[in-house]
Design a protein around this ligand. Structure first.
Ligand code: ZN
Ligand code: ZN
Length: 657
């Protein structure tokens, strides 16, 4: 039986392979992996069917292709049946190749086409735009050379490639060409692509201009501009546009929530999330990740738990991304046990899940557990990356596991070939410094393959404070002040070294230096969550509605502590005033206000969770230990560096922080 379709007629004329009965040619095709295909091939008797039916069979084959080998077999089948040059089949074949991400195969198919039309050019350029802007653009040029006229689809794909690879100049020239060409209509899709390209390349003014020039705008174009503003932290502009939107979908809400979360404005992220829920928009997985990350940075366990419970109630299986965000949230909110439980319920093939667990264990000072998790990870055959090693080294440093840390550093470089970055060096310097091995730390700094930054010198300076090493302390401070002359923390550290050895005149000198240079001490704040509301306190705060009760509580506490024989460790206070005044100003450190508030407001069994922006001072650390004993309270304080879990007069950091 002869086929009468155009391709086959032409093939027969040009003496190409004759149209053989399919059942014979199929015998040479190895069985397909897919059961559906296999069944189809075995049972097909379509040597008697019309060409149109065969074409539709090919198309259904293509739609069923789930892997490159299946695609290659289908491609072979297309060649055998002579449909290779059929424009519609070729288009579907290219698309199927694109879905499987095999762009090399796609170019090969395209290059074999004798008469590609504009649609086929467009499909190929769109496919290539995802993986390589150079290939996409070179086919764009070839297309024009061969006399084809690119249309707005072609331009859209090329502009999207520029956006994906942040090629601003190329994108601009495409914009110029499109404007010059009379045939190109700057439609909604192309304009949105241009807007997105400018926004991605941080040209927000140009993006806005494209937006303002648009005759019609839709949700996608509005969200693209919001996302551009959010990406570069311009949240006020984003919010204004968001407020002006006539309608919003989950993507636009999530873009805003994610923007706030990334711009370190977690309170606003959570407020917007509540608003989103109140207008009945269902959050998706991305929303959850953004919300959980906001909860993690605020340390607000209640809202984080609500999100988790919501997922459970909806019967949603945790995927790796949401799961990782949950681990991170629980760990940063002080619930490391819950973080571990979430981890245990997740598939373990992704490195970032392990990273979240290891860094969670690290900030809790659970060094041995972090090392154990690292061992499990190796056994699970998951390859650690540079972030894993930051976690592992950090864990060793927080737990004082000096030898283990040095060994891990060695394994990282020599076994896994991970080039040490400044973060890794930072951990090692910290590790050696805290353990009092200051000279080894200095040697390490000199040997480093990257030039030391402020983090390195600050770690060094902190170690010098702990161990009272003036010479190295001064040297570190000089380096540090060259790098960041405005940072108050550096001056505070040096002044603490002087204070520790009682050189009050030098403390005075540092203070003078600070005021001469216009540096002000960063105000400390602590926050505590109570019944879904986050309460923030600064040192000496009297603005809280319960301020009076809090101060009464603080007086009660200091009376109790005096009975226990607690004396304030006034050595670390940064000033030269009278002893007595020093002691009273300690009473007002922000975490004390937060803890007193927690004692007043929280139930007997509820732990007190405090988040603080600075490192806990030695005296407040001692004070909190005693509170945990006298009041039988679990107290968790997350400071700038790590967690302190106070219980029955002890802290999980073992006084090593
Ligand atoms: Zn303090
Ligand atoms: Zn501690």
């Amino acid at each position: 039986m002869q086929c009468s379709c155009a391709t086959h007629k032409q093939k027969r004329k040009s003496g190409g392979a004759a149209h053989r009965p399919l059942s014979v040619s199929l015998m040479r095709i190895p069985p397909l992996v897919c059961g559906k295909h296999d069944h189809f091939l075995r049972n097909s008797t379509f040597s008697f069917e019309s060409c149109r039916a065969r074409e539709s069979h090919i198309l259904s084959f293509l739609s069923l292709c789930k892997s490159p080998p299946q695609l290659i077999q289908t491609h072979a089948y297309i060649i055998k049946t002579g449909f290779e040059q059929h424009p519609f089949v070729a288009a579907k074949l290219l698309e199927a190749t694109g879905i499987l991400g095999d762009t090399n195969h796609a170019s090969l198919i395209f290059n074999n086409l004798k008469q590609p039309n504009v649609i086929l050019w467009n499909i190929l350029i769109k496919l290539l735009s995802h993986s390589s802007r150079f290939q996409a653009i070179s086919y764009f040029i070839a297309m024009r050379r061969k006399g084809f006229k690119p249309d707005s689809y072609t331009y859209t794909s090329c502009v999207q490639a520029c956006s994906r690879f942040e090629e601003l100049n190329l994108g601009k020239s495409l914009h110029g060409q499109a404007l010059k060409s009379e045939e190109i209509k700057l439609d909604l899709v192309l304009q949105t692509a241009l807007l997105d390209m400018y926004a991605t390349c941080r040209q927000l003014d140009s993006a806005r201009q494209v937006f303002d020039e648009m005759v019609e705008r839709d949700l996608v174009s509005q969200t693209a501009l919001i996302s551009g503003y959010a990406k570069w932290g311009m949240m006020n502009e984003a919010k204004q546009l968001f407020d002006e939107m006539p309608e919003r979908n989950v993507v636009s809400w999530t873009t805003m929530i994610g923007g706030y979360s990334q711009s370190k404005r977690p309170n606003e992220a959570l407020r917007l999330f509540q608003e989103m829920k109140s207008v009945g928009v269902q959050p998706n997985e991305y929303t959850m990740v953004c919300v959980l990350s906001a909860c993690a940075s605020l340390g607000t366990i209640d809202i984080g738990k609500d999100v988790h419970n919501g997922l459970r109630r909806a019967g949603i299986q945790l995927n790796a991304y949401v799961g990782t965000a949950l681990i991170d949230m629980y760990a940063k909110c002080g619930c490391i046990e819950s973080a571990i439980r979430v981890f245990n319920g997740l598939p373990k093939e992704f490195v970032f899940i392990w990273n979240a667990l290891i860094s969670g264990l690290a900030i809790h000072g659970l060094g041995e557990d972090a090392l154990m998790a690292f061992g499990d990870m190796k056994r699970a055959k998951v390859l650690p990356d540079e972030i894993t090693f930051v976690g592992v080294l950090c864990a060793c440093s927080h737990s004082g596991l000096v030898d283990e840390g040095l060994l891990c550093f060695d394994i990282m470089v020599n076994e896994y070939g991970v080039e040490p970055q400044i973060e890794h060096y930072g951990c090692i310097i910290d590790l050696l410094g805290r353990a009092g091995r200051l000279n080894e730390a200095m040697e390490m700094i000199e040997k480093m393959s990257v030039s030391p930054n402020a983090i390195i010198w600050r770690a060094m300076l902190s170690s010098c404070r702990v161990h009272g090493d003036l010479t190295l302390g001064k040297l570190s401070l000089e380096r540090l002040l060259e790098l960041e002359p405005e940072c108050s923390g550096n001056y505070v550290l040096l002044s603490n070294i002087y204070a520790r050895i009682g050189r009050w005149e030098d403390v005075d000198e540092v203070r003078k230096m600070m005021s001469e240079r216009g540096v002000r001490k960063l105000p400390g704040w602590s926050s505590i969550e109570c019944e879904h509301v986050v309460h923030e306190f600064v040192a000496g705060d009297r603005s809280h509605t319960m301020s009076e009760e809090i101060y009464v509580k603080l007086i009660e506490i200091s009376k109790k502590l005096k009975l226990e024989g607690h004396l304030a460790n006034t050595m670390t206070v940064l000033h030269d005033i009278e002893e007595e005044e020093k002691e009273s100003s300690l009473d007002y450190h922000s975490e004390r206000l937060a803890i007193a508030f927690g004692l007043l407001k929280l139930g007997l069994d509820e732990p007190i969770r405090v988040v603080k922006n600075l490192r806990v001072c030695a005296d407040c650390h001692e004070w909190t230990k005693l509170i945990s004993k006298i009041y039988h309270k679990d107290i968790l304080v997350r400071d700038r560096v790590r967690f302190h879990h106070f219980n029955d007069g002890f802290c999980s950091c073992k006084d090593y922080w």
